[in-house]
Design a protein around this ligand. Structure first.
Ligand code: P1T
Length: 398
C-alpha cells in the first residue's frame, strides 16, 4: 500500500500520508468526492473507481492515513465502530468461539452476545489482564480473542504482547480495540496483535462531529476477505464523514498530548478528593496496570478517567448532573470534556450478565480545555455530594 511519507514521524504522516495535493486542481486538502458512481470509458475501463460502496477517493485517503498511523499494511473504514466490529465477525463460522474481555464497551458485548451468537458463534468473557486466565479460557474452537486496552469503562490494561504469546500456535487471532488509546499512544500490531479496531468517532475524529470505524492489519490474505465483506455487506462511511475524520487526524498528536496531561492532573486531583472512593487511570502509579501501560503506551495514557464515589448511585447521578464544563453525554475523545454514568448509559446493555459495572462509577472523557477550569468544575460538582455529609456532621456536632 503506497505511503506518501512512509518514514516520516507520526505527526507528519498524520497530515500528509494519503493526502497529497489533488492532482486535478492542486487543492491542498483532499476533496470530498461526493459521488456515488464513476464514468467508465468502456466496460471495465476506468480510473480505479466504479461505485462508492466499493471505493471512494476520500475514503482511500482516510484508509491510507489510518494504515500508516497504526503501522499496518492496510486499513478499511466503516460507517461506525460497531460496523467495523461486525465486519470482523464475518471471518467466523458457526461453531467458532470468541473470547472477549470481561470489561469492554457495552455495544461490543451486545453485538457478540445478542447478534453474532444468533449465528451459532459462541463466546465467553475473561479478565484479559490475567494471562493464566486467558490460557485457561482458550478453547480449541476459539478463533478470535477480543481485547480492549485501556478497557471501557474501568481502564484496565491488557498486556498485548503477553496475550499474543499465549496465542502462539493456537490458531486464534487477536484484535485489539485501540479506541481509548488512539494510535498516538499505542501500536498494538507492533506488539503482536493481528488486527486493530477503532471507533474513529472518538480520538481520531476528535471533535464529536462524526461517527465512524476502522480495521487495520498486516495480513494481506485476510485483507482481501475483509475488503470483500466491506463491499458485500456495505456498512461504509460517506465521503463527508471520511473527510471530517481525516481533518481530525491531522491534529491527533497535539490533541493527545493535552488529553493525557489533563487526564493525569484530573486523576491526581480525584485521588485526594474526600467524595471519591477509587480512581482508575493507567498513568497513576497506584493503577494495577501501570507497569504494563508504561511499557506499551509510549505516547501517553490518553484522556479517559473513571472513578467510584462514596454514596452509590445517588451520589454518582448527582455528580454527573452537577458539572458545568463536563457535559453529560455518551461518547468520548472529543476536544470537549464529557461525563457519564456507565451503568445507566454506555454499559446499560451488560446489566444482568455478570459483567455489569458498579452503580457508583462515573466516567470522564477529559478534553483539552484549560486544566484549571476542569478542576474547578469537578471540585464544585464533588462538593455538591459532600455538602449533605458535611451538613450532617455539623448538626451532629452542633
Ligand atoms: O459508536 P461506534 O463508533 O459504533 O463505536 C463503538 C465502540 C467501539 N469500541 C469502543 C472501545 C467504544 O468505546 C465504542 C463506542 N463507545 C461509546 C459510545 C462510549 O461512550 O463508550
Amino acid at each position: 500500500m503506497p505511503h506518501d511519507e512512509p518514514d516520516a514521524h507520526f505527526e507528519t504522516r498524520a497530515i500528509h500520508v494519503g493526502q497529497a495535493a489533488d492532482s486535478a486542481t492542486g487543492a491542498v486538502i483532499t476533496p470530498i468526492y461526493q459521488t456515488s458512481t464513476y464514468v467508465q470509458e468502456a466496460v471495465g475501463v476506468h480510473k480505479g473507481y466504479e461505485y462508492s460502496r466499493t471505493d471512494n477517493p476520500t475514503r482511500t485517503a482516510l484508509q491510507t492515513a489510518l494504515a500508516s498511523l497504526e503501522e499496518g499494511a492496510w486499513a478499511l473504514s466503516y460507517a461506525s465502530g460497531l460496523a467495523a466490529s461486525q465486519n470482523l465477525t464475518y471471518l467466523l463460522c458457526p461453531g467458532d468461539h470468541v473470547l472477549l474481555s470481561d470489561d469492554a464497551y457495552g455495544g461490543t458485548y451486545r453485538l457478540i452476545a445478542k447478534v453474532v451468537a444468533n449465528y451459532g458463534i459462541g463466546f465467553s468473557l475473561v479478565d484479559m489482564t490475567d494471562l493464566d486466565a486467558v490460557r485457561a479460557a482458550l478453547r480449541p474452537e476459539t478463533r478470535l480473542v477480543w481485547a480492549e486496552t485501556p478497557t471501557n469503562p474501568y481502564l484496565k490494561i491488557v498486556d498485548i504482547a503477553g496475550v499474543a504469546s499465549v496465542l502462539q500456535g493456537h490458531g486464534a487471532r487477536m484484535v485489539v480495540d485501540n479506541t481509548f488509546a488512539s494510535p498516538y499512544c499505542q501500536h498494538p500490531l507492533a506488539l503482536g496483535a493481528d488486527f486493530v479496531l477503532h471507533s474513529t468517532t472518538k480520538y481520531l475524529g476528535g471533535h464529536s462531529d462524526v461517527v465512524g470505524g476502522a480495521l487495520i492489519g498486516n495480513d494481506e490474505s485476510v485483507y482481501e476477505t475483509l475488503k470483500f465483506h466491506q463491499n458485500a455487506a456495505g456498512a461504509v462511511p460517506g465521503p463527508m464523514d471520511c473527510w471530517l475524520t481525516l481533518r481530525g487526524i491531522k491534529t491527533l498528536a497535539v490533541r493527545m498530548e493535552r488529553h493525557s496531561a489533563n487526564a493525569q492532573a484530573v486523576a491526581e486531583f480525584l485521588l485526594s478528593n474526600p467524595a471519591v472512593e477509587r480512581v482508575f487511570y493507567p498513568g497513576l502509579e497506584s493503577h494495577a496496570g501501570h507497569e504494563v501501560a508504561a511499557r506499551q503506551m509510549p505516547g501517553g495514557y490518553s484522556g479517559m478517567v473513571s472513578f467510584t464515589v462514596k454514596g452509590g448511585y445517588e451520589a454518582a447521578a448527582r455528580i454527573v448532573s452537577s458539572t458545568r464544563l463536563f457535559q453529560l453525554a455518551e461518547s468520548l475523545g472529543g476536544v470537549e470534556s464529557l461525563i457519564e454514568h456507565p451503568g445507566k448509559m454506555t454499559h446499560a446493555s451488560v446489566a444482568g450478565t455478570g459483567a455489569e459495572v458498579e452503580d457508583s462509577l462515573v466516567r470522564l472523557s477529559v478534553g483539552i480545555e484549560h486544566i484549571d477550569d476542569l478542576l474547578a468544575d469537578l471540585e464544585q460538582a464533588l462538593a455538591a455530594v459532600q455538602a449533605p455529609a458535611l451538613a450532617g456532621r455539623a448538626s451532629r456536632h452542633g
